[in-house]
Design a protein around this ligand. Sequence first.
Ligand code: PGA
Length: 252
Amino acid sequence: MRRPIIAANWKMYKTIDETKQFIQNFLPKVSNIYDREIVLCVPFTSLYIASEMLKSSNVKLGAQNMYFEDKGAFTGEISPLMLKDIGCSYVILGHSERRKYFYETDSIVNKKVLVALKYGLTPIVCIGETLEEREQNKTFNVLETQLKMSLSNLSSLDAEKIVIAYEPVWAIGTGKNATPQQAQEAQSFIREKYAELYGSVVAEKVRILYGGSIKPENFKQIMEQKDVDGGLVGGASLEVESFYKIVTCDKK
Ligand code: PGA
């Protein structure tokens, strides 16, 4: 049985005060949930306060990006060492917004994945096709290439530890989520490829999340799919009530 993960991706939202308020209200509501992992991926400036507040809780902390060197003259960057030091367990890597606006390539993502693992951070590696690629029937090709290149030189042991997020680009922030069938189809394909690359035991263990316009109303059906092991939630994770409903959506 794979333990689900529900991760919030706050993107470039929330000041320190807003972070505090969210966590104060959110923590008591989820304090007895242990059958799934709950992760908050907050902006860099909120990591410290979030880390202090989540310390003895069941909610884990994540960052949304990092650089692939542990230190050095890289103005404006944040290293895996720093993320570890501040209390992160997770880091989102290769999000489509990073690929699109900050020109991240699969090979950069690959460097980041390897170094994150070296420092004991669990990467949440995002892959997904654009609308154009889907319409041209290239979805599987794109997923396979992104998977293979982002995870190059990974040992089977490490391949088991990382988390994959299938995030169709056309579904991110658009209000147009993938149907449960579309998510299942893509995610079972990813698991199949994983089995080819790292063997079926690893493929059965790796957790594959869905991301893209998740809402309390649509997530239950998506979560019911065999190869969906949780969600990476953007917009709907910014409000305590909606994120709480998503975290608990299949519990009612
Ligand atoms: P969204 O974002 O839920 O707002 O579509 C998801 C993501 O970008 O991870």
